[in-house]
Design a binder for this molecule. Structure first.
Ligand SMILES: Nc1nc2c(ncn2[C@@H]2O[C@H](COP(=O)(O)OP(=O)(O)OP(=O)(O)O)[C@@H](O)[C@H]2O)c(=O)[nH]1
Ligand SMILES: [Mg+2]
Length: 458
């Protein structure tokens, strides 16, 4: 299936650290390790598998000792790739670890491509495709929740679910095929109805799984939220309050913020990039004008907006303008400075806000900020309850959509006099969709695309 050569790469990030790991995998692994690794006081017989060995890496050409290391051999098939794997734990200097890798390459290993270790794990059946893809998510997870979702997928939760669904579809397929083989006993009307109900309920399950994508995507990729409003309403104060640190300059001078300031927070596991922007107003100041253009640009790009108003003054024309231009976006209207006597007409504000929720808070005192956090999180997630299984990968979503569409066709065909041969075609398409998720059917270029997202050494 793939070239059975031996690959090697540095598995840890390059930089100074306590330890760095070089990984080798493939049929020549043990031979190569034997050429560069020497155990003091022990005869260099075969190494015990799944054991940590202490010794030195030595340049076989010069006999010079390169580093003191710990080395572990994992003989196939009980290894990450399913092949013989060696990991050399050397001291974590970038020069040193490159030297160790060079020695290994000079003994006949090839430098691994991105994700090649995980690709081999997949090709050797150690992981299915959905699990392999979740390894990338795990490495890239930015919050604890994102990590938890990835771990579930690496452990095969999604795969198990998809496999069960596939089994059910295969059962239905058996019945349809029987009808093809024995045309005289063509599926009775009653059976057609029964099958249709089954198909529809399976389609429903897949549709729910597809819907979980938005949820999972948010935990993986996060959301971009723009804080906007006219000058001096307290946008920067709000960013500071959300962060819990004085990150941005706050002054009573309108037009303080010029550049966009970006900071990230975790809202109950959802990574959110918060953008504080310049106050929007008519201005003749050249620098301020550029800042306002940036603010308008970011407003466009953000997935959600927090429009900040000053509760201690009446609604202004600028407030109207800003709320109107973000009309089509998800967001909340924040009435700030709730600690001061209120002059803002809340009723009018609610009407102006339309679909958007309106909440009062004091960025200065931090009152109402927790409430804002939870409302923003809910708004981004669009639901409070967590789906039982969450998909996070666009490829999985597309494959599941293919399956769901094919099942819709199947259900339709079952309500009509469609011949079983035609029904079987739709069913097969649905089964293929599910098989694509776990990688039972995949083309080489899909594999290449998936594994090229990995880092080298994984
Ligand atoms: N009393 C009170 N004052 C606040 C509150 N939030 C902000 N302020 C004050 O309002 C003034 C402006 O605050 P900023 O956070 O700089 O406002 P901004 O919207 O970022 O202003 P620009 O960057 O100029 O657009 C400062 O003097 C703040 O101390 C609040 O909740 N209560
Ligand atoms: Mg500001």
């Amino acid at each position: 299936m793939y070239k059975e050569d031996t690959i090697a790469a540095i598995a840890t990030p390059l930089g100074e650290g306590g330890v760095a790991i070089v990984r080798i995998s493939g049929p020549d692994t043990e031979r190569i390790a034997g050429q560069i690794f020497f155990r003091r006081g022990a005869r260099n017989g075969p190494l015990r598998s799944h054991t940590l060995h202490y010794g030195s890496v030595m340049d076989p050409n010069t006999g010079a000792i390169v580093d003191e290391v710990l080395l572990t051999l994992m003989r196939r098939p009980r290894s990450y790739t399913g092949e013989d794997v060696v990991e050399v734990h050397c001291h974590g200097g970038p020069f040193l670890v490159r030297r160790v890798l060079e020695l290994i390459l000079s003994c006949g290993a090839r430098h691994a491509e991105r994700g090649e270790f995980t690709k081999r794990a997949f090709l050797n059946g150690r992981l299915d495709l959905a699990q392999a893809e979740a390894v990338v998510d795990l490495i890239r997870a930015r919050t604890e929740k994102g990590m938890k979702l990835a771990v579930e997928q690496v452990r095969g939760e999604l795969s198990k679910w998809v496999e069960e669904l596939r089994e059910e579809l295969l059962d239905i397929m058996v019945q349809v095929e029987a009808a093809i083989d024995f045309p005289e006993e063509e599926i009775e009307l009653l059976q057609r109805d029964e099958l249709r109900l089954k198909v529809e309920s399976l389609k429903e399950k897949i549709t729910l799984l597809i819907a979980s994508y938005e949820w999972g995507r948010l935990f993986r990729e996060g959301a971009r939220v723009c804080i906007a409003g006219r000058p001096n309403v307290g946008k920067s104060s709000l960013l500071n309050a959300l962060l819990g640190v004085e990150r941005v300059i706050v002054t009573p001078v309108p037009g303080t913020t010029r550049d966009v300031v970006e900071e990230s927070v975790s809202l109950g596991g959802v990574p959110v990039a918060l953008w504080d922007t310049a106050g929007i107003r008519e201005s003749s100041d050249q620098v301020e004008k550029i800042g306002i253009d940036f603010a308008l640009e970011r407003l466009e790009q953000a997935e959600a907006v927090l429009v900040v108003l000053d509760g201690s003054s009446p609604l202004s024309a600028e407030d109207h303008f800003i709320i109107n231009i973000v009309g089509g976006k998800k967001g909340l209207v924040i009435v700030n400075k709730s600690d001061l006597p209120q002059k803002l007409d809340l009723r009018q504000t609610r009407i102006l806000a339309g679909q958007k929720g309106v909440l009062s808070l004091s960025a200065k005192l931090g009152e109402g900020v927790d409430n804002l956090k939870s409302q923003l999180r809910e708004l981004l997630l669009e639901s409070q309850c967590e789906p039982a299984i969450v998909i996070t990968n666009l490829r999985h979503k597309a494959a599941l959509e293919r399956a769901a569409n094919a099942l819709a066709e199947t259900a339709l065909a079952l309500t009509r006099e469609t011949p079983p041969e035609m029904i079987a075609v739709d069913l097969r398409e649905a089964i293929t969709g599910l098989e694509e998720v776990v990688g039972l059917v995949t083309s080489d270029d899909i594999l290449e695309r998936i594994f090229s997202e990995f880092c080298i050494g994984k």
